[in-house]
Write a protein that binds this ligand. Structure first.
Ligand code: F6R
Length: 610
């Protein structure tokens, strides 16, 4: 996701400082970058598509110098990754520049209003409206103009703003996106996270939602959303730089597991219209008539994304009553699938570059299907070659084992299913309103699962020497059992299998003995009693039972060796909750076994060959 840096320094070295700071944010992922420097009462901006080295050489050749500046790495959400859409963005006069991380949900409305008032826009981004808004509110005091402007913004933002009239000032503000101020000696800094400023200072102030920071060379003042001064307490950073990039977590995987509440919020952002009982998926490229005409859905994906597809089959069949086939892309492409003109294909991919998924999509295109890509990387091949897209907004996923991207796929696919169901009249407005209310609770529910981390770790330590694991689940949690098994095998190298619990008697029950840990997903559902019976059947054959159950389910302890409690949610939301303890379990088992959790042997993050 986008990264912001800024500095107010005495010398003329801002371009170098900004580039070095942006390099520290590279891990967040980006597709273009830019800087703006105040020089001789004017602002010069330079932006380049692609790697930071492109911007670095353009800056180097320009000889641009100055002490105050802003920099940005952009991970495109609104508008393609082009130079024009790269930040910083200017207002019409060119005297104000803005860098932004987040999504402004009401940018269309604001843009229209500003255009009607004579503002001319240069980019396709949501972010540019902020520069024009600040200009329209500016009457000599930049902090006041930012304060007035953010009252109009809906959505999430961290911003940095400069005005050519103020050569030693940057203003930062945030809501739902991170922003820190770095405190130096006669120089101060602004950044999306501490890693970016750690070369300059280890004393930082974390801004809270609603805060506005007025950052000058010799002083920093912070005011809250009401405009009242905030007494801030600086934090001394004790991490090393490499730890800081992982936000203090020992591995990216653990960091990404912990990011899931935020990722869910980001994937939902601007998409639930509770008042109207609607789901808004603007890039879907399917009219209501198209949706009513769909006879069958084919889902294709690989690995973890295929598990998301299996959950989506439940969702689409339940909410929209459309038959769904889910295929491994690598299988579909080498058989003769019945892909019909007018059919809908959903291609699910974190990276958007998985070779088999792309090949299967192209087959569907040949057959005349419409294609919707559910993807995390804007500008990727799958996004470019799809008719419509649902971006998952999980941010860059660095750990090879997918965690937060999977959860964001589940959320995106749930939204799609509800949309299909509403348009086809399977769901009423009231149904959707009720679903929206429940979905909004998800980030909090996942947060509370993360609080069980220490307990999950203790459970994991008991089973680190196991040679095999079985994961069982039923219904919409059967794919979660598959995902739990995949997570464990890919990072710990322990053999693990996922099974639908009702299938145990048809073969796998022969494996059970006291050496086999069985992880059973046993949260409340329409067939809860049946899975408890399956757990009992395994338990009496001496298997060690690790059970995921709902808080308050005391009876389950009688059939379990270990219970991991999660909050109770409606069954359709339970996969999004239940996968989290399984991710943690795999992480702790693998970590304890000394495995390279973030980069397991033989695996690549993006499988661009078949
Ligand atoms: C497992 C994992 C892989 C990917 C698979 C598809 O943790 O990450 O199984 O899910 O390689 O990749 P994408 O989603 O990028 O198409």
């Amino acid at each position: 996701m986008c990264g912001i840096v800024g500095c107010v320094t005495a010398g003329a070295d801002a371009p170098r400082i900004l580039i070095e700071s942006l390099k520290r944010l590279e891990y967040r992922g980006y597709d273009s970058a830019g800087v703006a420097i105040i020089k001789d009462g004017a602002i010069e901006t330079m932006r380049e598509v692609g790697k930071l080295s492109n911007l670095e050489s353009t800056l180097g050749n320009s000889g641009l110098m100055g002490g105050t500046g802003l920099g940005h790495t952009r991970w495109a959400t609104h508008g393609r990754p082009t130079e024009v859409n790269a930040h910083p963005h200017r207002d019409g006069s060119g005297r104000i520049v803005v860098v932004h991380n987040g999504i402004i949900e009401n940018f269309r409305e604001l843009r229209k209003e500003l255009q009607d008032a004579g503002h001319e826009f240069a980019s396709d981004t949501d972010s540019e409206v902020i520069a024009h808004l600040v200009q329209s509110n500016f009457s000599g005091n930049l902090t006041e103009a930012v304060h007035a402007s953010i009252q109009r913004l809906q959505g999430a933002y961290a911003i940095g703003v400069m005005h050519a009239d103020e050569p030693e000032l940057i203003v930062g503000a945030r809501k739902d996106c991170p922003l820190v101020v770095g405190l130096g000696d006669g120089e101060n800094f602004l950044a999306s996270d501490v890693t970016a400023v750690m070369d300059q200072t280890t004393t930082v102030v974390y801004l809270d939602d609603g805060d506005i920071a007025t950052i000058r060379r010799e002083s920093v003042a912070i005011q809250n959303a009401q405009g009242e001064p905030v007494e801030f307490v600086p934090t001394k950073i004790s991490w090393s730089l490499s730890q800081a990039e992982r936000g203090g977590y020992p591995h990216f995987m653990l960091k990404e597991i912990h990011e899931q509440p935020t990722v869910i919020s980001d994937t939902l952002l601007g998409r639930l219209d509770e008042e109207e009982g609607e789901v808004r998926l603007e890039e879907l490229a399917l009219s209501d008539d198209d949706i009513r005409e769909i006879k069958r859905v084919n889902i294709i994906a690989c690995g973890t994304s295929w598990h998301a597809g299996q959950v989506a089959k439940f969702y689409i069949e339940q909410f929209a009553r459309i038959p769904v086939d889910v295929d491994y892309a690598s299988e579909l492409r080498y058989r003769s699938p019945v892909l019909e003109k007018g059919g809908l294909m959903i291609a699910i991919s974190q990276s958007g570059e998985t070779a088999d998924t792309i090949a299967a999509m192209r087959m569907a295109r040949e057959a005349g299907c419409s294609i919707v890509g559910v993807c995390n990387v804007i500008g990727s091949t799958i996004v470019r070659e799809s008719d419509g897209t649902i971006m998952t907004h999980a941010g860059p996923e660095i750990g090879v084992a997918s965690t937060k991207a999977f959860v964001s796929q589940l959320v995106a696919l749930l939204l799609l299913s509800i949309k299909l169901g509403r348009v086809r009249g399977v769901l009423t407005k009231e149904d959707v309103q009720e679903h929206c209310r429940k979905i909004r609770h998800l980030p909090k529910a996942v947060e509370s699962v993360l609080q069980t981390e220490n307990h999950v770790r203790k459970v994991a330590l008991k089973y680190v020497s196991a040679q095999d694991f079985l994961f069982i689940g039923r219904g919409v949690n059967y794919p979660i059992a598959l995902e739990g098994a995949l997570k464990l095998k890919e990072i710990s190298y322990i053999h693990a299998e996922g099974y639908p619990a009702g299938e145990m008697k048809h073969g796998p029950i022969a494996l059970l003995d006291e050496k086999l840990p069985v992880v059973a997903i046993c949260t409340k559902s329409a067939i809860y009693d049946k899975i408890v019976t399956n757990v009992e059947e395994a338990r009496v054959r001496d298997a060690k039972m690790i059970v995921i159950a709902n808080a308050g389910d005391e009876d389950i302890k009688e059939v379990a060796d270990d219970v991991i409690y999660v909050p109770e949610v409606d069954e359709f939301l339970s996969p999004i909750i239940n996968v989290v303890p399984l991710q943690l379990l795999s992480y702790f088992v693998a970590h304890e076994r000394g495995c390279d959790v973030d980069q397991p042997r033989n695996l690549a993050k993006s499988v661009t060959v078949e």
